[in-house]
Design a protein around this ligand. Structure first.
Ligand code: PLP
Length: 397
């Protein structure tokens, strides 16, 4: 990466520091920049490209639907919207689906639904208990709902009604419950916080507690859903049935698509309560249907689990070889914990490797997150581990 190159983003509002490369092409697990340099991509648009870059099923669904009907408007039915809703409802314990365009928007919808239900059924209960380290998106309300340090105060005045409990600590949840509490909202694997996995016992007790206290359990599966953890939904790993679930990232295979799902008894919005110009548009819904049909098949999910095992074993070997702290994860959402705050240095070294780079993500100063395409091949996982080994060596020298 040429750090002396002029920043190509002169016309962009500055939100983050990006590497100078401009990406022009992608196929499967590979990304190519303008200078023809190739990168093995374990970021995949932040875990959105469930089938890798430019998968044929997405290109075909987009092209076919674009020629047929792009958007009749959210107040009319269209076939892809109906088909995707039915497909998602058929996958689990939910019977109703609302389609949206981003994870934050789906989560906002979940909060609105819980508050609406609280108004109707629970005497106006409206507070949502979230978790320290939790991440639910970047709208004002979702920043308030998130447990990322400093986030719930960054743009005051912030929306209120969001309490926080400690992850994997049932007593802290109990302590946060008030008569105004209506729901608990949780990521079963905290992605942004560093791939923190909820304990099975905690999750089962949380389900029992919320049931006993008449609270809704909302699972934010924006990052963990649609095969990422080796099963259709991460809550399947825990054997629980949540009341509400949100999906985004992997659902669209790279395009902006999200979903809010709920059980039948929670289908309580009044006309006008919820909506959005792009919600349920057939172009994105057609892509979502193609992605779900590909990913949520038992043979595909078995492959995800096989690659996850391979990656996990390889990462454990790197932990031994480089004296790292640990590797952990669920399915193909994995993390490597470093002994020092040099994750950014490893990300940079990996990107600059010859003859091709490796793209990694560092959500914490001492932690690398790996979220490859769900259809990454055995050879590509082996190559990624080889490149990571080199990058770790370079970043410590
Ligand atoms: C990425 C993410 C979000 C936000 O999704 P956007 O599409 O960026 O709005 C919400 N929750 C979780 C768990 C996420 O990983």
């Amino acid at each position: 990466m040429n750090l002396t190159a002029q920043d190509p983003g002169q016309a962009l509002i500055t939100i983050t520091q990006r590497p100078a490369a401009v990406f022009v092409e992608g196929q499967g697990s590979w990304l190519v920049d303008e200078r023809g340099r190739r990168y093995l991509d374990l970021v995949q648009g932040w875990a959105v490209n469930s089938l890798g870059h430019s998968p044929a099923v997405v290109a075909q669904a987009l092209a076919a639907q674009a020629q047929r009907l792009v958007n009749p408007g959210p107040a009319f039915h269209n076939r892809p919207m109906l088909a995707l809703a039915e497909r998602l409802a058929g996958l689990g314990c939910f019977s109703r689906v609302f389609l949206a365009s981003s994870g934050a928007e789906a989560n906002e919808g979940a909060v609105k639904l819980a508050r609406r239900w609280g108004q109707k059924m629970r005497g106006g209960a409206h507070e949502i208990i979230g978790f320290e380290g939790g991440f639910h998106g970047r709208t004002l309300a979702m920043m308030a709902a998130s447990g990322k340090p400093g986030w719930d105060t960054r743009y005051p005045p912030m929306p209120t009604g969001f309490a926080k409990a400690r992850f994997n600590d049932l007593r802290s949840v109990e302590a946060a419950i008030t008569p105004a509490t209506v729901a608990v909202m949780i990521e079963l694997v905290q992605g942004e916080a560093g791939v923190n996995i909820a304990d099975p016992g905690f999750v089962r007790e949380l389900r029992a507690l919320t049931q006993a206290r008449g609270l809704l359990l909302i699972v934010d599966e924006v990052q963990t859903g649609i095969g990422r953890c080796g099963v259709a939904f991460a809550h399947g790993l825990y054997g629980i049935e949540p009341d509400v679930m949100t999906l985004a990232k992997g659902l669209g295979g790279g395009v902006p698509l999200a979903a809010l799902l709920c059980q039948e008894r929670l289908n309580c919005f009044e006309p006008g309560d919820q909506g959005g110009t792009y919600c349920g548009n057939p172009l994105m819904a057609a892509v979502g249907l193609a992605v779900v049909n590909e990913v949520c098949r038992e043979d595909f999910l078995a492959q995800v689990r096989a690659r996850a095992r391979q990656l996990s074993v390889g990462l454990q070997a790197l932990v031994q070889a480089h004296g790292l702290v640990a590797e952990r994860g669920a399915g193909l959402l994995r993390a490597l914990v470093l002994p020092t705050a040099r994750a950014d240095a490893v990300v940079g070294a990996a990107r600059d490797l010859q003859p091709h780079g490796l793209l990694l993500n560092a959500p914490r100063p001492n932690l690398l997150r790996l979220m490859p395409a769900l259809n990454i091949s055995e050879d590509e996982v082996a190559l990624a581990l080889h490149l990571l080994d080199h990058a770790l060596r370079e970043a410590t020298e």
